[in-house]
Design a binder for this molecule. Structure first.
Ligand SMILES: NC(=O)C1=CN([C@@H]2O[C@H](COP(=O)(O)OP(=O)(O)OC[C@H]3O[C@@H](n4cnc5c(N)ncnc54)[C@H](O)[C@@H]3O)[C@@H](O)[C@H]2O)C=CC1
Ligand SMILES: O=C([O-])CC(=O)C(=O)O
Length: 325
């Protein structure tokens, strides 16, 4: 039997938490042979609800769930954590943009970044889900100067998965057959979902679709505003699909992608002219527990404009939180 992996999850009593924890405990994230210890963080007033979730986890009798704890103290939750999924934050309601959450949520990530810095495994893999995810990941990273910056990532995978499903619907092809898709930039309506390099069974997606008007006027707004469409329809922001994307993100980072591209929000190393440190959605491949930004892609004029726009927004968000750092 393998040694258990310590997985910290914040916002454990929330709606994403409820869709996430059972799948982690069942082995869908780290593998069906990998025991896990769940270290659950939520606010003091949510501890009762967390206890209820733990009772349900217990009632599932998951063979891979080696142990679990609940706490309202980040330094307890993150102690020796190998994986930290930072979900706990306020969600937006109708009529809000994710950036409107920045003032409400930013402080959470200075505190949690500092706690990770102090007590987590030096190899901890951090995924920020709480919005605005890219800038919150940036805040956590800057608040954890003793941890490698590359350990801090933001969730763009839901956008990637949404883009894949829209392409599958448009082309009539199986969603699982799409390769080399990516989403550049911020998890916000400025994100740039890019299928110029994508293929299905060796055929170019761009040529299969061959419709730049659909790309600019249907596909990009549909993917970019999907979160708002879900809020409009459900009265609540997406939860099961967000939890699913978090599982995909960590699974691929830890277990590898076999050369396939996925999208992760990662601190830029200067690739594609994105200033170093900005947490930006890039196409990556993962192997041996590390991600690598796919290099050498041609950026045409339309794509450069989109990338500039989403970068500008991230730089403004970064500017808005500089007093916290
Ligand atoms: N990056 C992405 O693709 C997505 C991000 N999100 C974001 O995820 C976040 C969580 O969403 P939901 O689960 O729907 O919200 P929710 O309101 O159902 O749950 C949030 C939980 O976090 C807890 N919490 C708040 N502050 C905390 C803190 N300082 N420490 C620990 N726990 C804390 C709350 O008590 C609550 O239990 C929101 O910011 C939402 O916008 C949602 C969907 C997709
Ligand atoms: O839109 C929201 O506020 C929740 C979210 O990030 C998404 O569904 O993409």
């Amino acid at each position: 039997m393998k040694q258990p992996v310590r997985v910290a999850v914040t916002g454990a009593a929330g709606q994403i938490g409820y869709a996430l924890l059972f799948r982690i405990a069942s082995g869908e994230m780290l593998g069906k042979d990998q025991p896990v210890i769940l270290q659950l963080l939520d606010l003091p007033q949510a501890q009762n609800a967390v206890k209820g979730v733990m009772m349900e986890l217990q009632d599932c009798a998951f063979p891979l769930l080696a142990d679990m704890i609940a706490t309202d103290d980040p330094e307890v939750a993150f102690k020796d954590a190998d994986v930290a999924i930072l979900v706990g934050a306020r969600p937006r309601g109708p009529g809000m943009e994710r950036a409107d959450l920045l003032q409400a949520n930013a402080q959470i990530f200075t505190v949690q970044g500092a706690a990770l810095n102090k007590v987590a495994s030096r190899d901890v893999k951090v995924l920020v889900v709480g919005n605005p995810a890219n800038t919150n990941a940036y805040i956590a990273m800057k608040s954890a100067p003793d941890l490698p910056a590359k350990n801090f990532t933001a969730m763009l995978r839901l956008d990637h998965n949404r883009a894949a499903s829209q392409i599958a619907e448009k082309t009539g092809k199986a969603v699982g057959s799409i390769e080399k898709l990516c989403v550049w930039g911020n998890h916000s309506p400025t994100m740039y979902a890019d299928y110029r390099f994508a293929s299905i069974g060796g055929e170019s997606v761009k040529e299969l679709i061959n419709d730049q008007v659909w790309n600019a006027e249907v596909f990009l707004p549909t993917v970019g505003k999907r979160g708002a469409a879900i809020i409009e329809a459900r009265g609540l922001s997406s939860a099961a699909s967000a939890a699913n994307a978090a599982i995909d993100h960590i699974r691929d980072w830890v277990l590898g992608t076999n050369g396939q591209w996925v999208t992760m929000g990662v601190p830029s190393d200067g690739s594609y002219g994105i200033p170093e440190g900005i947490v930006f959605g890039f196409p990556v491949t993962c192997a041996n527990g590390e991600y690598q930004i796919v290099q050498g892609l041609e950026i045409d004029e339309f794509s450069q404009e989109r990338i500039n726009k989403t970068l500008k927004e991230l730089e403004e968000e970064k500017d808005g939180v500089k007093d916290l750092l």
